[in-house]
Design a protein around this ligand. Structure first.
Ligand code: FES
Ligand SMILES: [Fe+2]
Length: 361
């Protein structure tokens, strides 16, 4: 048995490693069914998810305070969870409400930590810090909610790499020229460009505008001339702790204004990652298309292709990079940095700044 991962890390060490007072995705909404006791490790902490009878999602530390049995091995009693080992029962705030032992006295310490939860955009978001949960810190990704389900997809991948390698990868889209096959490939058009990068106190944005012939298969079949010259844009915005909203679109019309999802065939994506451990990451993804919006079969097909692309192309490379690095301390290896690294490095610096501010440094 592997006893190295303790799922109850030292609080100070956690605070040094992660931004804690922030919303992280813990699960896809669809992963937590009405009866489920679903569990996942987030920021080195084991978390139990379930839904109350009214459908509201609950997140508790997945650990009984008696002899530390994982609560997901237990059973439900209405909105309460019953520990499988000796039968203590907890409500959705983590308070012990029943003990079958002795005179039924409930020890004061029989309390499970509960985590604030928000369910939005098809995800269950968890507040991992000690400060009061601040809903205003969850960015508005409302575009995902706007339209039919047949143009909306969600998926989840588990990747064996440090989570910042995934933000680096999405913040530097020049890799699409080289790493990706025909479905996404930008055929060398992005690498010579300097992304336009803008920073605010809590975000980093990068934008590319370019021309390609033909466009990648993501869009070319839906353009008037699939083989023809196409104008495209990528617009991405990172927000803490690890969200990257990416919009991408293509057009063959002569457009005299900046390209956006209103004047292209495109999609609005959210890449958001949650550290599991220092070397493993939960990768969540959502996408909404602005074309073929009523085509359910196409929708299924597209989310599957995107999932497979992230797994087999991005994920495979990131896992190989992580295995080669053997550390999560990227800068300690003195990486060569180039023009394509501006946005990812700004994200790393901003995240470090926010972590230092949280730690009171
Ligand atoms: S470990 Fe849960 S009741 Fe004993
Ligand atoms: Fe990629």
């Amino acid at each position: 048995m592997d006893i190295r991962v303790q799922h109850q890390p030292n609080k100070a060490a956690l605070a040094e490693t992660y931004l804690l007072n922030a919303w992280y995705v813990g699960a896809l909404s669809s992963e937590v069914g009405p009866e489920a006791l679903f569990h996942r490790i987030l920021l080195e902490t084991s978390v139990l998810f379930y839904r109350k009878a009214d459908g509201t999602a609950v997140a508790l530390h997945d650990r009984c305070p008696h002899r530390f049995a994982p609560l997901h091995l237990g059973t439900r009693n209405g909105d309460q969870v019953v520990c499988k080992y000796h039968g203590l029962e907890f409500d959705c705030s983590g308070q012990c409400t029943h003990s079958p032992h002795g005179n039924g006295n409930i020890p004061k310490a029989a309390l499970v930590r509960s985590f604030p939860v928000l369910e939005r955009y098809g995800f269950i978001w968890v507040w991992m810090g000690e400060e009061p949960a601040d809903e205003s810190l969850l960015p508005d990704f409302g575009y995902l909610d706007d339209g039919p389900d047949t143009a909306l997809g969600h998926t989840y991948l588990h990747v064996k790499c440090h989570y910042e390698l995934i933000s680096d990868n999405v913040m530097d889209l020049s890799h699409v020229d080289h790493l990706h096959g025909d479905f996404l490939c930008t055929k060398g058009t992005l690498s010579p460009l300097m992304a336009k990068v803008r920073e605010t106190p809590r975000s980093v944005q990068a934008r590319w505008d370019w021309t390609q012939r033909p466009a990648s298969l993501l869009f070319s079949p839906y353009l008037p001339d699939p083989a023809g010259e196409t104008q495209l844009f990528f617009d991405i915005t990172w927000t803490p702790p690890a969200n990257i909203q990416l919009s991408v679109g293509a057009t063959q019309d002569k457009v005299n204004e900046p390209l956006g999802l209103h004047n292209t065939v495109g999609q609005y994506d959210l890449h958001t990652v949650t550290p599991e451990t220092d070397g493993t990451t939960h990768y969540f993804f959502a996408t909404r298309r602005n074309h073929l919006v009523d085509d359910a079969a196409h929708n299924e097909h597209m989310i599957q292709i995107l999932h497979d692309t992230f797994q087999n192309e991005d994920g495979a490379m990131l896992e190989a990079v992580q295995a080669e690095m053997r550390t999560s301390d990227f800068f300690s290896l003195n990486p060569v940095l180039m023009s394509n690294d501006i946005a990812p490095v700004k994200v790393r610096r901003l995240l470090n700044k926010l972590k230092a501010a949280e730690a009171g440094d």
